[in-house]
Design a protein around this ligand. Structure first.
Ligand code: CP
Length: 526
């Protein structure tokens, strides 16, 4: 097969497409819809090479699944396969990677559309199944995330943004949007943090009772993106102020995910985010309501009396799922090339920026002075110093034990302790006579106990000294674990995946699969 701009690309999270690529997708969708309306030839959008489209839904769906099936059938050269997950070997404990490796062998080039309860599955498959394709001479397959747990739903985000653009005649200078309902669990509102970046200025009103409010890390990301964010606890209170959005995005309440105490307040929570007749007069002219659907048939946040009114935007929104998904397949299937550079540039990072050489005071002897808790200075070896400096002694001791356990520093002749430094803070140390840590061990140490010092001692003198800080990437250690039980890498799912983390802007560690944020203390499984 010849190469195309988007061949082998995946959409595991919204961020996998650049803003330029997202806008290209929306322009092409508009062109397709306009041409279809005028009943013109649509062959420029159709995939010309044989492509295997695999629809794999391990969680229920109506519109995402059916719109993808219909979109795939638009592409005449596509072989459309609908995987029966309920009766598959998933039920015989087959791993995701084994399953998708095998399916990859059925077409020269495959596009997999995958919905799962577990989070980060597409990301994992994009990494692992590529190895299989390489081993057997197939094109690298594409993976499209059709919703993974409460993580992301990028193709819903694409159809939502396209719908907002349509309402605004494709003017992307400014959007004022209200997100209403269960902002805690709704993956579609979480994807908005990235998807709304196609607008140059964004004002977001978050309307939810505090029990269902948007997780703080998503609010932080919105602010980092330059969005103005306002927070309200109910529709009633939102309508008491004057600056009311013309675009409202409702979500279904997922109270079943919450504890008994929340269920006691169920009625009040629903009332605070459910629209009622008395609110109609407070809406600005031209307001449209949207919803990813399905609506709850007993407790819809958009009640049925609104269906015939001009405020109904959710019906045409759902149809846009068909058009945007046709174009996504046109791109990944090689029918559409972009008039700009789509090559993915590797992020340049200095992998060593966290192990910093520190000055050595001339003549410094083996760090620990004789007499301190009976420890003698060592002649040769390593002293790890400044462990958990400033913490209380219990916490410091806990960190020392953690270092020993993870670096397997137990059955060796060594010592550790806690003492007060000149500035009055407590700190810990581990003294390791005749032991020198490898680069990999120092890297591991920097992820267990950042801001620690490593002293290399030879002939009773410190010959090298390093201050270590949190690494930009943490990977390749079997003791790592993502704390999210829904993450595909969590050991309870037995997929035998080694999780990895990327350092965030606030020195948090983000799981590279489900994007859950961790402190450095939370990533170790001991
Ligand atoms: N919006 C959405 O994802 O709907 P389905 O669950 O029916 O696919």
């Amino acid at each position: 097969m010849s190469k195309h701009d988007f061949f082998g690309r995946s959409l595991t999270v919204m961020n996998d497409l650049t803003i330029e690529e997202q806008i290209f997708l929306y322009q092409q969708t508009k062109k397709l819809k306009d041409k279809a309306k005028r009943k013109e030839d649509l062959s420029e959008f159709q995939i010309e090479k044989p492509v295997g489209v695999y629809i794999v839904f391990v969680e229920p769906s109506t519109r995402t699944k059916e719109s993808f099936i219909n979109a795939a059938k638009f592409h005449k050269m596509a072989k459309v396969n609908i995987f029966d997950s309920e009766h598959s070997s998933f039920n015989k404990n087959e791993s995701y990677v084994d399953t998708f490796n095998m399916l990859t062998g059925y077409s020269d080039y495959s596009i997999f559309i995958v919905r799962t309860k577990l989070e980060g599955v597409c990301k994992l498959l994009d990494e692992k199944v590529s190895d299989y394709a390489l081993r057997h001479g197939y094109e690298k397959p594409s993976f499209i995330n059709a919703g993974d747990g409460k993580h992301e739903h990028p193709t819903q985000e694409i159809l939502d943004e396209f719908t907002f653009l349509e309402q605004m005649n494709f003017d992307n200078h400014f959007i004022h949007i209200a997100l209403v309902g269960d902002l805690l669990h709704g993956r579609t509102v979480h994807s908005k943090v990235t998807g709304l970046k196609i607008f140059k200025n964004v004002l977001v009103d978050l309307i939810a009772p505090k029990e269902l409010s948007m997780p703080q890390h998503y609010v932080n990301k919105m602010i980092e993106n330059g969005f103005e964010v306002r927070i309200f606890d109910s529709i009633e209170n939102y309508l008491k102020q004057e600056k009311v959005a013309k675009i409202w995005y409702f979500t279904r309440l997922q109270l079943e995910r919450m504890g008994e105490d929340i269920l006691e307040k169920e009625h009040l929570l629903r009332k605070s985010v459910t629209f009622n007749k008395n609110f109609l007069d407070f809406l600005p002219e031209g307001t449209k309501f949207y919803h990813p659907l399905p609506r709850h048939k007993v407790y819809p946040t958009i009640p049925n009396f609104l269906d015939p009114l001009p405020v109904n935007g959710w019906e045409s929104q759902a149809i846009n799922g068909f058009w945007t998904r046709i174009i996504l397949l046109s791109m990944f299937g090689g029918a559409l090339n972009a008039p700009f550079d789509t090559s993915i540039k590797p992020v340049e990072v200095n992998e060593e920026d966290f192990i910093i050489s520190a000055p050595i005071t001339h003549g410094t002897k083996g760090v620990l002075k004789e007499g301190k808790r009976g420890i003698k200075p060592i002649e040769n070896g390593t002293v790890i110093d400044h462990i958990a400096k400033g913490q209380n002694p219990d916490k410091i001791y806990e960190t020392i034990m953690k270092i020993r356990k993870i670096l397997k520093l137990y059955e060796i002749d060594s010592a550790d302790g806690i003492f007060k430094s000149a500035d009055g803070n407590f700190k810990g140390y581990i003294s390791l006579p005749d032991v020198y840590l490898s680069k990999k061990e120092i890297k591991k140490l920097s992820a267990i106990s950042p801001n620690t010092t490593v002293n290399i001692i030879k002939d009773s003198h410190v010959v090298e000294k390093y201050r270590i800080t949190l690494p930009p990437f943490i990977y390749g250690f079997e003791e790592l674990k993502c704390k999210n039980e829904n993450c595909i890498t969590n050991p309870i799912h037995n997929e035998n995946i080694h999780v990895s983390f990327t350092r965030g802007k606030k020195d948090d560690l983000i799981c590279n699969y489900c994007e859950t944020s961790h402190t450095f203390e939370e990533i170790w499984n001991i």
